[in-house]
Each structure stands twice: as structure tokens, then as C-alpha cells.
Write a new protein. Structure first.
Length: 215
């Protein structure tokens, strides 16, 4: 029996949209050291979304890849440690471009740019992309087994600085960065000359400052 995904808007049109996708998901084997946040991988016969990755280099022995994975079947989160020689299957998924509209309680409303249908996604599906949820920004929605399993923001995005320390006169080049909180709540390191109210461009893949675009 097909079970309805609670992350979707409870309207037949939204469910029908994903049902109509001609999904042709394949996969390829990758080394554990190639696993990155946001990937969909298959481990032990189960499909997971990679939430976090950390390279661990012990004093003795081989390097490890410590990961936090979310199982797509039941949304449970698991810690999994890969040895550098281990391999995993990266699963390719269908993707759909959707525009973020607004938040409704604990859910987030997105609109399909082709047919204007709207869906609701939960915190679990949004994941770390919540740091870049700005209305009218287009995100890539990942679809697996005819249901949304994750989203990816644009590679770069512009956000406004809402809190940071004033410019530190006499700061050396080695100490030229300072923390800044952006409008979505994420905190990143920025150059000393950045001030509150500035707009900065961020690399969303690494959560890093690129440049100031407006002061």
C-alpha cells in the first residue's frame, strides 16, 4: 500500500505531480573519502541522505570519514564511520526547480516554476539549507521514489549582515576575520571591514564568505 508522505501538502494535485515523474535513478560506486554533505548514498541496502561529514585522521592507522546520515525510509538519523578504503553507492535522484515562498509553522512552502503547484517541506527535508531560505530564491528539490528527500540552495547567495563587531583598527592580516550573523541566523567569518547592514555573497557549499556586494 502506498503511504502518503506527510511532508507534502495534503492535496491530490501535489501528490500527482510527484507520481508523474518518470524517475530513472541510477548510481555509481565512490570512495568513502568522496562522500559529501547533501549526497544520497546506499549503505547496507538502505538509502540515506548525508547530513554531515568529518575527516578524521588518527595518530595511528588509516584515515576515517565520520558521517551523520538520515535514512530516507523512516527519517531516522544514524552515525556511520567509513574507513578510507570503504566504498558506497552514490544514488542519483530526480531534481525539480522550485521557488521558496514562505514559512507556515514548522513547514516551508515552495512553488514549482513550471505549473505553479505548491508543496510543503518539513525541517527534516530542509536540513542545513535552512541557513539560506530567503523568499523568491530558487532551490533544487531532490526527488527519490516519487517524494522529496532534500533541497539544495544556489551555489552562491547574497545575505544581509545583522550582527557583527565594529571594525578593529590595527588588525593584522592573520587576524583579519571576525564572526558575523546573517539575516537567516547563520554565522560565518568575514573580513574586518564588513559592518552591520552590508550585503555579502556566500558560498553555500562551504558556508564561506566570498565578497561584499553592497554596503
Amino acid at each position: 500500500m502506498l503511504r502518503r508522505d506527510p511532508s507534502l501538502v495534503d492535496k491530490p494535485s501535489h501528490l500527482n505531480y510527484f507520481d508523474k515523474l518518470d524517475q530513472k535513478c541510477g548510481g555509481t560506486m565512490i570512495n568513502a573519502t568522496q562522500i559529501r554533505r547533501g549526497m544520497i548514498i546506499k549503505v547496507g541496502g538502505e538509502i540515506y541522505k548525508v547530513i554531515e561529514t568529518t575527516h578524521v585522521t588518527p595518530g595511528k592507522g588509516q584515515a576515517l570519514m565520520q558521517t551523520k546520515l538520515r535514512k530516507l525510509k523512516d527519517q531516522t538519523v544514524h552515525d556511520y564511520r567509513f574507513r578510507s578504503k570503504d566504498r558506497a553507492e552514490q544514488v542519483y535522484v530526480e531534481t525539480v526547480e522550485m521557488e521558496y515562498l514562505y514559512q507556515e509553522g514548522s513547514e516551508y512552502i515552495f512553488m514549482n516554476l513550471e505549473n505553479y503547484e505548491q508543496i510543503k517541506l518539513s525541517d527534516e527535508i530542509i536540513g542545513s539549507a535552512i541557513n539560506y531560505l530567503i523568499p523568491n530564491v530558487v532551490f533544487t528539490i531532490e526527488i527519490f521514489d516519487k517524494r522529496p528527500v532534500g533541497i539544495n540552495p544556489p551555489m552562491t547567495i547574497e545575505l544581509t549582515v545583522v550582527k557583527t563587531e565594529p571594525y578593529l583598527k590595527g588588525a593584522t592580516q592573520s587576524a583579519s576575520n571576525k564572526p558575523a550573523t546573517l539575516e537567516t541566523g547563520i554565522t560565518i567569518n568575514v573580513p574586518q571591514f564588513i559592518k552591520e547592514g552590508d550585503t555579502v555573497r556566500i558560498d553555500t557549499r562551504e558556508d564561506k564568505y566570498i565578497e561584499r556586494t553592497k554596503s
